[in-house]
Design a protein around this ligand. Structure first.
Ligand code: ZN
Ligand code: ZN
Length: 278
């Protein structure tokens, strides 16, 4: 088992320290753990640098500092790792295409083993977590989301696409609005073809299994579609924000990957995929 998506207190919304995460991974007997703190590319500096109105105070600024701190803490813990559990120095890079200059700088950092490419917020707006879906055009929100994911795939400087369908955590899970992904299938197929063509991976993010949504991001149908599009690389992560959640849902995620036609899951060292048989 591996867990390739975890946060600690270095992320503004996380808890516990990096060494505690590594110890937890060892105690669970994980083959690899990736610590992947948030780095929102669209806000490297402090709030005074931005004119866009952000209505929620949970918005993370100073992402350049978070990145620096994460690299220091992760490389420190890496000096004391044990054989049997690999430590993967990762980052969850958000909204890369909203600030490619900073995103390129992060992606080029040679200390990194692994980059998750994520989209948490539409350009100039709050995180999908904070939108009021009763007053939103859901089809447009999702259309724009998949467009942004597609441009993220064209940019391509990541190893794994993180939690595809993330807005459904809030639209379906929290607001209780049902969504049929069939209407976005053409875009999803384009995303998967682009990923497969570039030998990039898709993440099975198991956080949804312990939340109201009740499914992984993305769900089984999407993972199967990725396989049909020629996708080879699948990674898996709990998206734990505290050590207690490390490894959560990973077994279910592995089962899902296998049923979707994959025989390996991958973790990364220096951006090279290492496969583990399912
Ligand atoms: Zn995320
Ligand atoms: Zn995350």
């Amino acid at each position: 088992m591996i867990d390739c998506h975890t946060h600690t207190a270095v992320s503004p919304d996380g808890y516990d320290c990096v060494s505690a995460s590594y110890q937890k991974a060892c105690s669970l007997g994980l083959k690899a753990i990736a610590v992947t703190e948030h780095c929102e590319a669209n806000r490297p500096e402090g709030p005074e640098q931005y004119t866009t109105a952000h209505t929620n105070e949970e918005h993370y600024f100073h992402n350049r500092d978070i990145f620096k701190k994460s690299m220091l803490e992760n490389t420190e813990v890496m000096k004391h790792t044990l054989s049997g559990t690999e430590f993967v120095n990762g980052i969850e890079l958000g909204q890369a295409t909203q600030n490619p200059e900073f995103a390129n700088e992060v992606a080029a950092d040679e200390r990194l083993d692994f980059i998750i490419g994520s989209v948490h917020e539409p350009a100039g707006r709050d995180d999908y977590a904070f939108l009021d879906y009763k007053n939103e055009d859901i089809t447009k929100i999702l259309d724009d989301y998949f467009d942004e994911i597609l441009s993220l795939c064209s940019w391509g400087k990541f190893d794994i696409l993180g939690h595809l369908t993330y807005p459904l955590r809030y639209i379906c899970g929290e607001a209780g609005i049902s969504v049929n992904l069939k209407q976005f299938e053409e875009k999803i197929l384009m995303i998967f073809s682009e990923l497969a063509k570039k030998d990039k991976g898709l993440e099975i993010n198991t956080s949804g299994l312990r939340q109201k949504y009740g499914k992984s991001f993305p769900d089984f149908e999407c993972v199967r579609l990725f396989r049909e599009c020629g996708g080879k690389i699948i990674s898996i992560g709990s998206d734990a924000h505290k050590t207690a959640d490390i490894g959560s849902g990973i077994r279910d995620g592995c089962r899902l990957a296998k049923e979707a036609g994959f025989d390996k899951i991958y973790y990364f060292k220096k951006h090279i995929p290492h496969g583990i048989s399912l």
